[in-house]
Design a protein around this ligand. Structure first.
Ligand SMILES: Cc1cc2nc3c(=O)[nH]c(=O)nc-3n(C[C@H](O)[C@H](O)[C@H](O)COP(=O)(O)O)c2cc1C
Length: 374
């Protein structure tokens, strides 16, 4: 059978995912202004789940009121949000065989919502917002760790199958790991181990309050693409530390969402205009896979062709493939591929969907224009 590996099941921790396709957390601005899940949110993502994805991760979810710097993002910083998440998880489970994960996040120095303070491990000029982020005190960091653990507890109580930490793209946790953003000399900085301490402490806290089989994942920057930033050599050391800590899988990523840091290049979501530009983080996955012990590595970034995706998995370069932008254009992409239509994803990676985040909801501009013409 074609695409045999792509459509074969595999476990993350003890949770079996029915195929190797993950929807990478992709924010679609469908929660209410105050962070509650709306019917529109629940219906939108339930349709994605029905489209055949193995592991659905909705957009990032904010677990700290002081780090809730994305308008219309789902929040989980208080127990009052749990009821809506329970409704959502039930809807996914009742209507599909998809597993569903929550990506928990503190926006740190990436807070675009007016009134939310920019904070980070160290004071740093932010060219995107033209102001400096404030350095967190050690006491504040300890409180943020508690808030991540409480957020993870709410994820668990809501019935999600897995939790993922957002350790990528210039949000708070990735700034701790980055030597560009973290120049602290206390326990939360200095060495590679010090810069990872927040990730180890959150993992240990989550492990203590959830079932020992509840999978804890991380989307992790393994390279910053910045002068003085995280190099891939150090990224590999960080992966080893997190695997030894017990993280159940790593979804690898690189760079920052703000193109103002990186000379206009949006590294986590590069443009893909030819087959050669697809699977743009594959060289990193190939090097990381042997370090992974039993835990899966999830390859994200420019996955567009089911035949090459299947080959990547068959050759054991990665255990899962994860897509973001293609699901905005085609929520039922896995079912299309499974039905035998093997043409690549219709997403042309133009990144115009990013411009629809405010005021939202996010949509594919190319698809909408084509629909309007027909
Ligand atoms: C509109 C939009 C919102 C996104 N939101 C998130 C997010 O909430 N969390 C995250 O980790 N990545 C986010 N991403 C990045 C995607 O998950 C993915 O890593 C990136 O688009 C590259 O994968 P792709 O080539 O399959 O699109 C977002 C991307 C887009 C286009």
């Amino acid at each position: 059978m074609e695409l045999e590996t792509l459509f074969s099941p595999k476990k993350i921790g003890n949770v079996e995912i029915k195929n190797r396709i993950m929807r990478s957390p992709t924010f679609v601005a469908r929660a209410s202004e105050d962070g509650f899940l709306t019917d529109d949110y629940i219906n939108y993502y339930t349709e994605v789940a029905k489209g055949g994805v193995g592991l659905l991760t909705p957009g990032t979810m904010l677990i700290d009121q002081a780090g809730a710097g994305i308008a219309k993002a789902a929040c989980l910083y208080d127990d009052k949000f749990i009821e809506g998440h329970k409704r959502f998880v039930n809807s996914v489970h009742e209507n599909s065989e998809a597993k569903v994960a929550s990506q928990i996040n503190h926006t740190g120095n990436n807070a675009g919502k007016p009134g939310v303070e920019l904070v980070g491990p160290s004071a740093k000029w932010n060219p995107a917002f033209k102001k400096e982020c404030r350095e967190l005190t050690a006491a504040e960091i300890e409180q943020i760790i508690k808030n991540f653990v409480a957020g993870g507890r709410r994820v668990y109580e809501s019935g999600y199958d897995l939790v993922e930490l957002h350790g990528a793209h210039g949000f708070l946790l990735s700034d701790f790991v980055s030597p560009f953003a973290n120049t602290r000399s206390d326990d939360y900085g200095g060495t590679t181990e010090g810069r990872c301490k927040i990730l180890v402490d959150i993992y240990n806290g989550l492990r203590d309050i959830t079932d020992k089989n509840f999978p804890i994942l991380i989307k992790l920057n393994v390279q910053d693409y910045l002068p003085g930033g995280l190099t891939f050599e150090e990224g590999k050391e960080i992966v080893k530390i997190l695997i030894d800590t017990g993280y159940d899988a790593i979804e690898l990523s690189c760079g920052r969402v703000s193109t103002k840091f990186t000379g206009g290049k949006r590294y986590p979501a590069l443009t893909v205009s030819s087959p050669e530009e697809e699977n743009f983080f594959l060289p990193f996955a190939k090097e990381l896979k042997p370090l992974m012990k039993d835990q899966p590595i999830i390859l994200m970034g420019g996955i567009r062709n089911p035949i090459t995706a299947d080959e990547i998995l068959r050759k054991n370069y990665a255990d899962f493939v994860s897509m973001g932008r293609p699901f905005i254009h085609e929520p039922d992409l896995p079912n299309r591929w499974k039905s035998g239509d093997l043409s690549p994803a219709k997403c042309i990676s133009c990144n115009q969907c990013f411009t629809t985040q405010r005021p939202g909801p996010v949509y594919c501009v190319v698809k909408r224009k084509a629909e309007e013409r027909s």
